[in-house]
Design a protein around this ligand. Structure first.
Ligand SMILES: O=P(O)(O)OC[C@H]1O[C@H](OP(=O)(O)OP(=O)(O)O)[C@H](O)[C@@H]1O
Ligand SMILES: O=c1cc[nH]c(=O)[nH]1
Ligand SMILES: [Mg+2]
Length: 209
């Protein structure tokens, strides 16, 4: 069964409070999502392998550690996942970026895929799938299905806010995928929105409502 990591650092909690508030406008919403994604990157990459190299300081020679060059891919689920890409890339700038385009049909709440473009070596990369919201879990589970069908083997899923229903669904569908999130909310409402949540992440990020 996949692990669920709740990244509840005080800086993350503070910023999530502002992200949730109705009066937070598009620019601040976008900046805060970017900042939280950057802070989360620190924990998501905690298990990256290191290797030792020999270096010289002005005082002496020493052995010191550097990242061993593990290949990483960041995969935003369009649209809202785009808001988390730069924050993660800031810390792992050599990562490649693949895109999965999905929208949730407002009637059925089922995800509909409209775009898929990946680096051609995804089977060799650890993939970090990002999307601010995990509601029913349908979008995340379908995006990961598509990645696995194209050969992806190691995947982490990262979101800001999750509903308990979405966490359970994703764990059942993809028990090998660890989930990193900032907060788990109370429930879904009848329209599939997370309560209390933050509303529609894509619309708030891009000012489309
Ligand atoms: O867990 P689920 O029930 O599938 O819901 C979560 C999905 O809904 C939102 O996307 P939306 O369909 O609103 O598309 P958008 O990012 O283009 O706004 C969100 O960004 C997730 O991708
Ligand atoms: O609360 C929700 C649920 C799905 N998608 C969102 O953007 N917000
Ligand atoms: Mg949306």
């Amino acid at each position: 069964m996949s692990n669920v990591f709740v990244l509840d650092h005080p800086l993350i909690q503070h910023k999530i409070t502002h992200i949730r508030q109705t009066e937070t406008g598009t620019k601040d919403f976008r900046d805060l999502v970017d900042e939280v994604a950057g802070l989360m990157a620190y924990e998501i990459t905690r298990d990256l392998p290191l290797t030792e190299i020999e270096i010289e300081t002005p005082v002496a020679k020493m052995k010191s550690k550097v990242l061993s060059g593990k290949k990483i891919g960041i995969v935003p689920i369009l649209r809202a996942g785009l808001g988390m890409v730069d924050g993660v890339l800031r810390h792992i700038p050599a990562a490649k970026v693949g895109h999965v385009g999905l929208y949730r049909d407002p009637e059925t709440l089922k995800p509909v895929e409209y775009y898929f473009k990946m680096p051609n070596d995804i089977s060799e990369r650890e993939l970090i799938v990002v999307d601010p919201m995990l509601a029913t879990g349908g979008s995340a589970a379908d995006a990961i299905d598509s990645l696995k069908k194209r050969g992806a083997r190691r995947i982490k899923f990262v979101c800001l806010i999750a509903a308990p229903e979405g966490v359970k669904y994703l764990q059942e569908k993809h028990p090998d995928v660890d989930i990193y999130l900032a907060q788990i909310d109370e429930k879904l409402n009848e329209k599939g929105y997370i309560v209390p949540g933050l509303g529609d992440a894509g619309d708030r990020l891009f000012g489309t409502k």
